[in-house]
Write a protein that binds this ligand. Structure first.
Ligand code: NAP
Length: 280
């Protein structure tokens, strides 16, 4: 029987610690501000934004929320980002993705300077991560590293396999594990012998968006299995990319869905906002 990594409890603990840090910062330097920009009416995005604003309240970060209509023009969106970049009150800027199709996402995000890029998505922050320099790290992989640390799992010298190569999860995850001295393999939809590659991993991080894709035969006995996926099973119930019931007895550590990686992501966004303010 494996240890279930409790992301919910760790997130609550980190938020408690962060609340104290934010209070100390405020006493000396004033408010920390996070601007959250939502364009359009995507229901999932509205929920994410609400949760981010709630998390800000919980840790004492001031949130500035902007909800623009779906028909917002490129110029209007860019003008808002420019205004937030110029504002002393705003330490971090988050533009909720996806944006409506007619907007050029890349151009809008490119206006956010590295110092206020609390998502850790910009080329400068990603480049610094690749060079193992001080940076702002994408929230989900950052949260995974915190989980490993909390459970005393040191990637050093271990074989780590990252399944998925997206810019927001897979790639930064692989770079963080490499920076932590793991021997890293990145897999994707064109990988050959995927089962064998995964089954050789001491640490297996899965971020592909395929419900219950990873089964026990893809997992090494005693491995650490981190499930980033947020999918729906055949009954519409939230589940991960890993078949939890099937894998849990083989892994030494495993993250559940829900209650694993998910709660860590927003917490690390709060953390990144605090870091951005502290470095100013
Ligand atoms: P994404 O951008 O769609 O990337 C998926 C990656 O998985 C791609 O690299 C793709 O390979 C690979 N892939 C897809 N099917 C595969 C298969 N059958 N075999 C091997 N590789 C396969 O996804 P993402 O944004 O990284 O998100 C991944 C999952 O994590 C989703 O379920 C998402 O909802 C979840 N997520 C959760 C959180 C959280 O806070 N918990 C945060 C972000 C994302 P190619 O590159 O070859 O196409």
């Amino acid at each position: 029987m494996s240890v279930s990594i409790d992301g919910k409890a760790l997130a609550a603990k980190l938020r408690g610690e962060l609340k104290e840090k934010v209070a100390a910062y405020k006493a000396e330097r004033g408010d920390i501000g996070l601007a959250v920009v939502l364009i359009g009416e995507d229901p999932a995005s509205q929920v994410y934004v609400r949760n981010k604003i709630k998390a800000c309240e919980e840790v004492g970060i001031k949130s500035f929320s902007y909800h623009l209509p779906a028909e917002t023009s490129q110029a209007e969106a860019e003008a808002l980002v420019d205004e937030l970049v110029a504002s002393d009150k705003v330490h971090g800027i988050l533009v909720q993705l996806p944006l409506p199709k007619h907007l050029n996402e890349r151009k809008i995000l490119a206006r956010i300077p590295a110092a206020k890029d609390v998502d850790g998505f910009c080329a400068e922050n990603v480049g610094n991560l690749a060079m193992n320099r001080e940076t702002i790290v994408a929230c989900t992989p950052f949260g995974v590293m915190k989980m490993l640390e909390e459970y005393g799992i040191d990637p050093k010298g271990k074989s780590a396999v990252v399944l998925g190569r997206s810019n927001i999860v897979g790639k930064p995850m692989a770079m963080l594990l490499l920076n932590a001295d793991a021997t890293v393999t990145v897999c994707h939809s064109k990988t050959k012998d995927l089962k064998d590659v995964c089954a050789a991993a001491d640490i297996l991080v899965v971020a592909i968006g395929r419900a219950k894709f990873v089964t026990a035969d893809m997992v090494k006995e005693g491995a650490v299995v981190i499930d980033v996926g947020m999918d729906r099973d055949e009954n519409g119930k939230l589940c991960g990319d890993v078949d939890f019931e099937n894998v849990k007895d083989k892994a030494a550590y495993i993250t559940p869905v829900p209650g694993g990686v998910g709660p860590m992501t927003i917490t690390m966004l709060m953390y990144n906002t605090y870091i951005a303010a502290s470095r100013r």
